[in-house]
Design a protein. Structure first.
Length: 63
């Protein structure tokens, strides 16, 4: 799981409710991979949509 860009949120979080979901990991350790896969899936399932604070800007909200 990786992200090639270094966004501002990766260096400094400006607000509690304004953030990106990014990880940069290189491993084959299942103990590390499984929680990252779960986090990735939870983003795409809409687990954070209700409280993200950006719904007005979302063209296709999950929830």
């Amino acid at each position: 799981m990786s992200e090639a860009n270094e966004p501002r949120s990766g260096r400094k979080r400006s607000r509690e409710r304004k953030r990106n979901f990014e990880n940069g990991v290189l491993t084959d350790d299942p103990a590390l991979v499984e929680p990252l896969v779960e986090q990735f899936d939870s983003v795409w399932r809409g687990a954070f949509c209700k409280d993200c604070g950006r719904r007005d800007f979302c063209s296709d909200p999950v929830v």
